[in-house]
Design a protein around this ligand. Structure first.
Ligand code: GLA
Length: 731
């Protein structure tokens, strides 16, 4: 998959469908030649790079007025050598200079892939090959290694960078993007996934033009506002056809995704740790490893682009165990009780849940310390015996005796001022001791850049976990970082704070995973405020949004599916009127939306009518009967709520194409609606299928589609918030 053409000095990373090609330029730096459809071998540098004399540029060589770094498509751009676009790397040397001159020194190619120490990364268990290109600056004695891994059967390349300092001087890394690519032109639409609390990952599309287009975070988490995932697509590319590029960052902290279009309309795309407030000191002989960026490519539209990420994350990022294991159908007590519960109340909810077939009970916030509202108790991970006299040990055992597994909520990174932890260790919080600390949801953030803080939290968590039968953790995080200041870090190291915080978080997640391998973690951050591939490495599913309203979820889940497999999308049925938006939707619609994710409930089933209870029992049977298809099948987006603002459709197709499940949703009904059909995809045109009992050929389903009117039934007045499932089975 990876070759080096010695004569032409060209690196060629090609799998069956795509090529990523770069070269060593005549000044010893790397030039990007091509990224797109597979184009084979026998390439020449001057066929693919403009070398031309232009007026305003400065030239690298005195005797060559056609060689300017500004005009050349680069692979790892540096600062200050005549390229005025933003660089991938910038350092400060002891003498204050920001200049580097990194030249190709060597490279190695090997099968498979190594993991990144202390950081989440794809595991390299699928067939892949790695190229490491070594660059060297002899004035500083600095080595930079660029890592590329290409997958054989997934159109994905992962990239990261390692900076290794030599023996001459210390340096400060001011800026280090994990991937940078110069595209030949900038004729792309930029797709970002942005929002807010309870409105996460809404698709926003804009055309690139001169200047910088970027999204990022400086909040200490990847955030609900912007996701570390970007798509570039050609104007005519849609879900089913056309070229698209994905950029995804396996990281949970401050990030930057940026596209810079210059005056010649070329595009420089880059992604990595946000350079804002990042300043990492490397003493002599020290090194720094950047987190991993995933590049994905499709020439068959956006669904296909998403499939590359779904495959990569399902098969090579999440923990091996959870790749195949069926996820439990769960019930969570948060919306049913909030903080107001005791053991009896919890057991009564659990009993009802068990009777309808739910596998796992999750006890949410409020079980510990003095936590009767959100002003107290965070940080005291010791059971509140007034509420739960038999402890977590006793409660988990009772839940197990009902025939259910038990799960527990933690918010390990936080503390309330009203807590024992804060009383004993007021210095554990992130703060500037000379200033007031801002609060968010009445809480403060613990300084996870300090090992002793992480260790203390682990100690408390371990105590609870080892003395009970917890098999699932909901790992929450409910505020951003403010007053960022690494109190413990030396003056020279203050700029390392945000990254060290994330490293501390990852170390705790790693330790819990290692020491409690039977526990599955579901990540959460006020819903989807930290839904990123970094967390996915430790926690195979995430609470997608605090918004459980079925209509809102159509947008949130549709948007999330662009970058994440639906096996990671936590989706629950909750009660109506909905707690976040007050909407009344039918149980059927709420169920039909939640089915396309890691299915569960967030209500007290005991409060429902017998008819609703029986319906839920049927729904859970239906989900379990289709779980393999939903968890491991191919998910395609069919009709976008972002386009129609009224209708949505999606389909999950089994890998052998013998079964599929289609969801259709209509938000508002109208009289005399336009005629409607849904064209399916992903099936086998040669097969015959039954769709809710009616016979079709695969070809008809995929070319003509199914007429919706056929399925409305006797009473065609469907009302608002309508949903319909189509069960497709090979005959
Ligand atoms: C966050 C989560 C909710 C719930 C509460 C508990 O908001 O997103 O699901 O766990 O915290 O305080």
């Amino acid at each position: 998959m990876i070759t080096y053409d010695k004569n032409n000095k060209i690196f060629n990373l090609t799998n069956n469908e795509m090529s990523y090609i770069f070269c060593i330029l005549k000044n010893g730096k790397l030039g990007n030649l091509y990224y797109g459809d597979a184009i084979g071998e026998n390439l020449k540098i001057d066929q693919m790079i403009h070398f031309e004399k232009t007026s305003l540029t400065v030239n690298y060589f005195k005797n060559d007025d056609k060689f300017s770094m500004q005009n050349i498509k680069q692979e790892f751009p540096e600062y200050g050598r005549g390229d005025y676009r933003e660089p991938a790397i910038m350092l400060t040397r002891e003498n204050g200079s920001h200049l580097t001159d990194l030249f190709y020194k060597d490279h190695t190619i090997y099968k498979g892939k190594k993991s990144l120490e202390g950081l989440p990364s794809t595991r390299g268990e699928k067939i892949c090959e790695t190229l490491v290109v070594e660059l060297y600056d002899d004035i500083i004695d600095l080595t930079v290694k660029l890592y590329y891994t290409i997958y054989k059967n997934i159109n994905a390349i992962t990239r990261h960078v390692e900076v290794m300092n030599g023996e001459k001087e210390s340096v400060k890394i001011n800026r280090l993007l994990s991937a940078s690519i110069d595209f030949f032109d900038s004729d792309y639409q930029w797709l970002q996934f942005s929002g807010d609390w309870s409105r996460e990952r809404h698709l926003i599309e804009k055309k690139l033009s001169e200047g910088i287009t970027s999204v990022g975070s400086i909040k200490g988490t990847s955030s609900a506002e912007h996701n570390p995932f970007i798509i570039l697509k050609r104007e005519k590319t849609d879900e089913f056809k056309g070229e698209a590029y994905g950029f995804s960052f396996i990281y949970s902290g401050n990030f930057l995704a940026q596209g810079e279009v210059d005056s010649r309309k070329t595009l420089r795309m880059m992604m990595g740790i946000n350079p804002f407030q990042f300043n990492w000191k490397l003493d002599k002989k020290e090194s720094f490893v950047s987190p991993e960026v995933v590049l994905t490519y499709s020439n068959k539209g956006l669904n296909n682009l998403s499939h590359q990420l779904h495959d990569l994350y399902n098969k090579d990022l999440v923990q091996k165990k959870w790749m195949t294991q069926k996820r439990p159908v769960l019930i969570n007590n948060w919306e049913a009780t909030y903080f107001d519960f005791d053991e009896n109340r919890i057991l009564s909810i659990a009993k009802e849940a068990q009777q309808v077939g739910i596998d796992l009970f999750v006890l949410d916030d409020g079980w510990f310390g003095a936590r009767n509202d959100d002003t107290k108790g965070l940080g005291d991970w010791i059971v509140n015996k007034e509420k739960l006299p038999n402890g977590i040990q006793g409660l988990s055992k009772k839940i197990n005796d009902l025939g259910m597994k038990f799960g527990l909520w933690f918010e390990p990174e936080m503390v309330n001022e009203a807590s024992n932890l804060f009383k004993e260790h007021p210095d554990y919080i992130i703060s500037d001791p000379q200033r007031n600390s801002s609060v968010g949801r009445n809480q403060l953030v613990l300084d996870f850049s300090r090992k002793e803080v992480v260790d203390e939290i682990y100690r408390m968590m371990e105590n609870t976990l080892k003395n009970s039968t917890v098999e699932y953790i909901k790992w929450d995080m409910n505020r951003f970082i403010s007053e960022p200041f690494g109190k413990d870090l030396g003056l020279e190291h203050k700029g390392e704070f945000f990254h060290r915080y994330i490293l501390g978080l990852y170390s705790l997640l790693e330790k819990i995973n290692e020491n409690f391998p039977h526990i599955m973690i579901e990540s959460c951050a006020s819903g989807g405020n930290r839904f990123d591939p970094g967390l996915l490495y430790y926690a195979p599913q995430a609470w997608t949004s605090d918004n459980t309203d079925a209509v809102s979820r159509l947008f949130i889940q549709y948007g999330t599916s662009y970058g994440y497999p639906i096996s990671s999308i936590g989706s629950h049925v909750s009660e109506v009127p909905n707690h976040q938006v007050g909407r009344l939707t039918p149980l059927k619609t709420r169920t039909d939306v939640a089915l396309f994710g890691t299915f569960g409930y967030e209500l007290d089933i005991g409060k429902l009518s017998n008819e609703e209870k029986s319906q839920i029992e049927e729904d859970i049977k239906f989900f379990k009967g289709n779980q393999e298809l939903i968890q491991k099948g191919r998910f395609y987006r069919l009709i976008s709520p972002f386009k129609t603002n009224n209708e949505t459709a999606w389909i999950c197709v089994s890998n052998n194409k013998e079964e599929a499940l289609v969801g259709f949703y209509r938000i508002r009904n109208a009289a005399s609606n336009p005629l409607k059909k849904i064209i399916l995809t992903g099936l086998n045109p040669e097969y015959n299928y039954s769709v809710n009992g009616k016979e079709y050929s695969g070809r008809i389903l995929m070319k003509f589609g199914i007429l919706l009117t056929d399925f409305y039934g006797e009473n065609k007045v469907t009302g608002d918030y309508y949903s319909k499932l189509f069960v497709v089975k090979k005959i």
